[in-house]
Design a protein around this ligand. Structure first.
Ligand code: PHE
Length: 343
């Protein structure tokens, strides 16, 4: 009988050190210990060899062992229910999982999408075009022939291998490409990245983003331009915003204007952001120059149109209270993470 007791103790130690990590392991365990020809059954069979006066004591020990072996089986089975992999009895499967960090949209994208959605409500559709552009689409077609002094207004990056190629200085190249398709009327907005050789500082960068717009049809007037832009700023900045148009010059529009809105920081009283004027310049605009229409194969006697162009960085700086334009392109996650909840 001592031999049998020693065997039971050994089996217990074996069970305690077992690692049951899969459904297969568990089944092997069941067959070995609890099956019809398993160890527990075998031990029961030994009962007949135990002296009568020890039967009761041995029966007790055997029963404990059986319960121990069955208990372990149930425990393992429960811990792997569902996924077939043992999670181990110490793991609480009801606990919520680890939170994975969610990415966020870039503030420039947020601003761009907001601008786009306002113009889409007016029936404009989005058009895109190449960032590496030829001279014709970036300048010549826009009434800026070679040696035109206004080319100096936009410090251009040229491609060294071929000076006819450049990084576009505005998204007006998209407008030319769309006009060339000859499908009128045309009502598009053109978002995108543009490049100018400017010294990088808190206020300016060598690349930035624009949204330009274009509307060509019969009888389009300056009043349509004003009303479209007025709708835009009201949607963007609220009904109380004031606007003013100042005469300006762009080679591709005639007449040309710049539009200011009442300063959103001081409400028009004058502060450091608006340089004490109470106004913030937000875009350039005008009626498309007849030469531009002609360059794109559109008859200027039949069609008229307006165009406007605005940067995205400056309104984003204002909206999110950011004081350095360089933050937009440094990809510092501490900065970018702040826009997770923004829309
Ligand atoms: N293309 C001009 C710029 O980049 C903006 C503009 C677009 C002005 C359309 C007038 C009309 O500065």
């Amino acid at each position: 009988m001592d031999f049998l007791l020693k065997q039971i103790a050994d089996y217990k130690t074996e069970i305690d050190t077992l690692e049951v990590a899969s459904a297969d392991n568990l089944e092997a365990y069941r067959i070995r210990f609890l099956g019809t020809k398993g160890i527990v059954k075998n031990m029961m069979g030994e009962m007949k060899n135990v002296p009568v006066d020890k039967k009761k004591e041995f029966g007790q020990i055997l029963n404990d062992f059986k319960q121990f072996a069955e208990g372990k089986y149930e425990l393992w089975k429960e811990s792997m229910s569902g996924n077939g992999v043992a999670a181990g009895p110490s793991i609480d499967l009801t606990l919520p999982g680890d939170q994975l960090p969610i990415g966020s949209r870039h503030p420039i994208s947020l601003m761009k999408n907001q601008i786009i959605s306002i113009y889409q409500r007016l029936g404009f559709s989005v058009a895109e075009g190449p960032e590496i552009e030829d001279d014709f689409h970036n300048f010549t077609a826009l009434n800026l022939p070679e040696h035109h002094p206004a080319r100096d207004m936009q410090d251009t990056f040229y491609i060294q291998q071929n000076p006819d190629w450049l990084l576009r200085t505005h998204t007006s190249n998209i407008q030319i490409r769309e006009m060339e398709k000859g499908q009128l009327p045309l009502r598009i907005i053109c978002p995108g990245r543009v490049y100018r050789n400017e010294t990088i500082s808190a206020r300016s960068h060598c690349f930035f983003h624009q949204v330009e717009g274009l509307y060509i049809d019969e009888n389009v007037s300056f009043a349509d331009l004003k009303q479209t832009l007025y709708y835009f700023v009201q949607e963007m900045y609220g009904k109380d915003v004031k606007v003013r148009f100042r005469p300006s010059y762009f080679p591709f529009t005639e007449p040309s204007a710049e539009m200011d809105i009442s300063c959103q920081i001081c409400g028009g009283k004058g502060c450091s952001i608006c340089k004490k004027t109470g106004w913030l310049e937000i875009l350039g605009c005008g009626m498309i120059h007849p030469n531009v229409l002609t360059n794109c194969g559109i008859d200027p006697d039949k069609y008229t149109g307006f165009a406007f162009g605005m940067g995205i960085e400056r309104p984003a700086l204002l909206k999110y209270g950011i004081n350095d334009i360089r933050l937009f392109s440094e990809n510092d996650v501490r900065f970018l993470r702040q826009f997770v909840a923004a829309t």
